[in-house]
Design a protein around this ligand. Sequence first.
Ligand code: ACO
Length: 328
Amino acid sequence: MNGISVGILGTGKYVPERRLTNQDLEQMVDTNDEWIVTRTGIRERRIAAPEQATSDLAYEASVQALKSAGITADELDLIIVATITPDMFFPSTACLLQEKLGAKKAAAFDLSAACSGFIYGLANANALIATGMYRHVLVVGAECLSRITDYTDRNTSILFGDGAGAVVLGHVPEGRGFKSFKLGADGAGGDLLRICGGGSRLPSTEQSVSDRRHFIEMNGRDVFKFAVRVMGSAAEEALSSAGYEKADIDLLIPHQANIRIIQSALERLNLSEDKAMINLDRYGNVSAASIPLALAEAVEQGRVNEGDCLVLVGFGGGLTWGASVLIW
Ligand code: ACO
């Protein structure tokens, strides 16, 4: 990518206090800790308090990101919130966040690309800054997946949690910043992972609610196969379009869906497990929040140093996928 170098100026994260452990889930559905840990790597997830919605989680992460970037909310030109659990259909969660932050000069919109949403958001923000249209863009991944999870379904209830991660994008010195993006979609696989109820095709009715159509429906095995295929290939394509090799990767920031999916990506990229940021044991799958939450924790833990080559890669409903090479 030529022209203005765009990178991350600051990161932030927020997770609610309440923990939902595998032992708690044993009381709710026919499952057990051993099955969940060996099949997914997840031990606990965070659950938003009843009075919290996605914009509240997004707000906490955004305040931290602005602080770490050293800018104020009124210096923001645009806010993008990637989420599949907006506070409401409209106004957008990005507009609700704009008001909470007092980011009066910022445009704001939500982006729906499921777990790939944060990378889609970064690609949009990067392009808008690189053209000179905007200087500072806040990109947030925030989810309250507990609100769309069916806690009577053992196939899905063990996977998901709530949380938020945020970054501020802006100009960085030449040589640093985003080097490539690879985004993809395959709508043919849309029925593998979806919520049907409450939209314009199946509006909410007493029947749709009693049929539990407002919860996540998932074909886990097929999503797993898709994820294993696409995580490696998207990362490889992003590396090659940036002119980098697998061996150049200092840290992989993968979508945190399942430890076995991450391990297969590591294998394909010839990386050892210490080259990946992994926090799904503590948070589960937080969809669009998962990559920015992992990135913010990696920064917090001192695992990211100036000049490091990071690869961010994710997949999700849509089906969608995305990867990016970022020099820190
Ligand atoms: N506890 C105990 N047993 C279970 C559970 C559970 N929670 N869930 C399923 N099982 C059983 C199944 O019923 C099945 O039993 P059977 O063989 O008698 O039929 C057996 O365990 C194996 O089931 P599989 O579905 O084959 O298990 P798998 O190893 O594929 O793991 C999982 C399931 C964890 C869901 C895996 O397929 C997966 O992670 N898929 C990807 C899901 C994903 O990442 N989704 C999110 C995408 S991101 C987004 O956009 C939100």
